[in-house]
Design a protein around this ligand. Structure first.
Ligand SMILES: Cc1cc2nc3c(=O)[nH]c(=O)nc-3n(C[C@H](O)[C@H](O)[C@H](O)COP(=O)(O)OP(=O)(O)OC[C@H]3O[C@@H](n4cnc5c(N)ncnc54)[C@H](O)[C@@H]3O)c2cc1C
Length: 479
C-alpha cells in the first residue's frame, strides 16, 4: 500500500478538529486533500445558487490555509469513485479518508465508494464529526428514533460530553507529489449574472472567519442570547449556520466554546438555550435519517390530501418570493433573504407560516425557494423547518396555530426597526402602523410618503380571511 493518503473533503472545510485530516496525518506519509464537485451524484437534495456561492468562497479560503500546513488541495469535477481512482493512480495513495455526510443520497454514494475501494485493497475509512451524535445512535426506550425534540435532546444530554476538539495538522516537513487539479472558477459555483453583491457584503467564508465569529459571539452576545434571539432587528444570534453547514467549524468546537464561556461566567440559561439550538440541528438529522424523503413527503401523511390553493401562473408564490405580499414583516424577511442569503429564525417561521397557511401554498414550494436562496441551506434543517411551520412534521407547530404576522411584528420588532431596514419605502411610517400600513389613515400615509399599491403593495390577502380558510381546509383532512 502506498504511503500517501487522500482526504476527501466535502462539508468539513477546515483544518482544526477534522478527524479525517488528523487520522491521515497520523498515518504518516504525504496527505493530499481533494474536493470533488459532483452534484449529479446527490440528486435528491441538490444545493441551490446561494449555497454554491458560499461553497466557492469557503474553498477559496481553504486552499491557502491547507497549503500553509503542507497539504495541497486538489479540485476536480466528476463522479467520485472514478475521480478518486484516478487520483489514487496519480499519487500512489494507499488510503482514502473522509468525514461522514448524512443525507440519504450522499450516504448511498459513499457506501458504494467505500466498498469498491476496500475491495481494491485501499485503507478506506470515514469519521463522524458533522454532528454531536450519529443520527442512528440516539434511540427511545422502544429502541426507535425519537419523534419529539424534548426527549430526544434530553437523551443526548445524558450522553458523555463530546471529546475535546483536535488540533490542526502541521505537515510542512512532508514532501507531497504534484497532482493536477482544476482552478476553483472551473467548478462553476459562482453565478453568471452578478446578483451576489449583498452576499459579498454580508459574509466572510472560511475557517478563520468562522472561529473569529464564534469567539466574538461567545464573548459578546451569548450572555443575552435567551433574551435577544427572537428579535430580528438585533444581532442576537450567532450567524454560524453557514459555517456549521459547510463544516468550517464543528459542533463540538461550538460546544466547547460555550463550556468555556460558562466557566467564564456566562449564565447557565443562556448557554443551555444556545446549546438546545444545536440540539435542533441534531434532531433535524435524526429525522432525516428516519425519514429520507423529509424534504418532499409530510411526516404526518394526512397532509398528503391537504387542499392547497390553486395559484395560476404562480402569482402568489412569486409575490411571496419577491417580498411583495403587502405584509411588512413577511416582505422584510424575504428581502433580507434575497439580499444576504440568510433570514432570522423568527422571520423564517413567520414567512413560512404565511406561505403555507394564509396563502395555503404547498410547503414544498417554500422549501425549494429557501433551498435556492439560503447560504446556510441544509437538507435536514430546512426540511424539518418547513414541516414544522406547515404543521405536518414530527413535533411540529399544530396546523391550527397560525402566526399572525402583524402581531408577530408588534411583539418581536416593536419599533419596526427590522421592517424599516429591509423596506425603506415604509421607513417614515409611525411605529403604530409599521406592521399594518393598510390600517393607517390616508393623512398618515401621505405624511410618510407612502402610497399603497404603488410605493408598497396592498395586502395580497385579508389576514382574517386567510386564517379562516386555512382552518377550514385543515378540517378537511383532520382524522
Ligand atoms: C422554515 C425554516 C427553514 C430553515 N432552514 C434552515 C436551513 O436550511 N439551514 C439551517 O442551518 N437552519 C435552518 N433553519 C433553522 C434556523 O432558522 C437557522 O439555523 C438559524 O436561523 C441560523 O441562524 P444562526 O446561526 O444565527 O442561529 P443561532 O440561533 O445562533 O443557532 C446556532 C446554530 O444552531 C442551529 N440551529 C438553530 N436553530 C435551528 C433550528 N430551528 N433547526 C435546526 N438548527 C438550528 C444552527 O446550526 C445555528 O447556526 C430553518 C428554520 C425554519 C423555520
Amino acid at each position: 500500500m502506498g504511503d500517501a493518503t487522500l482526504v476527501w473533503l466535502r462539508r468539513d472545510l477546515r483544518l482544526t478538529d477534522n478527524p479525517a485530516l488528523d487520522q491521515a496525518a497520523r498515518r504518516g506519509g504525504p496527505v493530499i486533500a481533494v474536493y470533488l464537485h459532483a452534484p449529479e451524484e446527490t440528486p435528491q437534495y441538490p444545493p441551490g445558487a446561494a449555497s454554491h456561492w458560499y461553497l466557492h468562497h469557503s474553498l477559496k479560503a481553504l486552499g491557502p490555509a491547507l497549503a500553509q500546513a503542507g497539504i495541497p488541495l486538489v479540485l476536480r469535477r466528476g463522479p467520485a469513485l472514478a475521480t478518486l481512482r484516478a487520483l489514487i493512480r496519480a499519487t500512489g495513495a494507499g488510503a482514502v479518508y473522509w468525514n461522514r455526510l448524512y443525507e440519504p443520497d450522499a450516504v448511498a454514494r459513499d457506501r458504494t465508494v467505500k466498498q469498491a475501494l476496500r475491495t481494491e485493497g485501499l485503507d478506506c475509512r470515514s469519521f463522524p464529526t458533522a454532528l454531536l451524535h450519529e443520527p442512528w445512535a440516539v434511540r427511545n426506550q422502544a429502541d426507535r428514533p425519537y419523534r419529539a425534540f424534548t426527549p430526544f435532546w434530553r437523551a443526548c444530554r445524558r450522553q458523555p460530553p463530546p471529546a475535546a476538539p483536535l488540533p490542526a495538522p502541521d505537515l510542512r516537513d512532508r514532501p507531497v507529489p504534484a497532482v493536477e487539479g482544476l482552478d476553483l472558477a472551473a467548478l462553476g459555483l459562482l453565478p453568471r449574472t452578478p446578483w451576489d453583491t449583498g452576499l459579498r457584503n454580508t459574509w466572510q467564508a472560511g475557517e478563520s472567519a468562522a472561529l473569529a465569529r464564534l469567539e466574538a459571539f461567545a464573548a459578546d452576545r451569548l450572555a443575552r442570547y435567551a433574551q435577544d434571539r427572537d428579535r430580528p432587528a438585533e444581532p442576537g444570534t450567532s450567524g454560524l449556520s453557514p459555517a456549521l453547514h459547510f463544516g468550517e467549524l464543528s459542533p463540538r468546537q461550538v460546544w466547547w466554546q460555550v463550556m468555556a464561556a460558562r466557566e467564564a461566567g456566562v449564565p447557565e440559561d443562556a448557554c443551555e438555550t444556545f446549546l438546545s439550538e444545536l440540539g435542533w440541528r441534531e434532531f433535524a438529522h435524526h429525522l432525516l435519517w428516519s425519514h429520507p424523503d423529509l424534504g418532499d413527503a409530510p411526516v404526518d401523511d394526512r397532509f398528503g390530501a391537504f387542499p392547497w390553493r390553486p395559484d395560476p401562473g404562480d402569482g402568489w408564490l412569486h409575490a411571496w418570493q419577491a417580498g411583495r405580499t403587502g405584509i411588512p414583516l413577511v416582505d422584510a424577511g424575504m428581502h433580507e433573504l434575497w439580499q444576504t442569503g440568510w433570514m432570522h429564525n423568527r422571520v423564517r417561521m413567520v414567512t413560512g407560516s404565511f406561505l403555507v397557511k394564509h396563502l395555503r401554498l404547498p410547503w414544498q414550494r417554500g422549501e425549494r425557494w429557501f433551498r435556492d436562496t439560503l447560504v446556510d441551506w441544509d437538507a435536514a434543517s430546512n426540511a424539518m423547518g418547513w414541516q414544522w411551520v406547515a404543521g405536518c412534521g414530527a413535533d411540529a407547530a399544530p396546523y391550527f396555530r397560525i402566526f399572525n404576522p402583524v402581531r408577530q411584528g408588534e411583539r418581536f420588532d416593536p419599533q419596526g426597526r427590522y421592517v424599516r431596514r429591509w423596506l425603506p419605502a415604509l421607513a417614515n411610517l409611525p411605529d403604530k402602523y409599521i406592521h399594518a400600513p393598510w390600517t393607517a389613515p390616508e393623512a398618515v400615509l401621505r405624511r410618510a410618503g407612502v402610497t399603497l399599491g404603488s410605493d408598497y403593495p396592498c395586502p395580497l390577502i385579508d389576514l382574517r380571511l386567510g386564517r379562516e380558510q386555512a382552518l377550514s381546509a385543515f378540517q378537511a383532512i383532520k382524522g
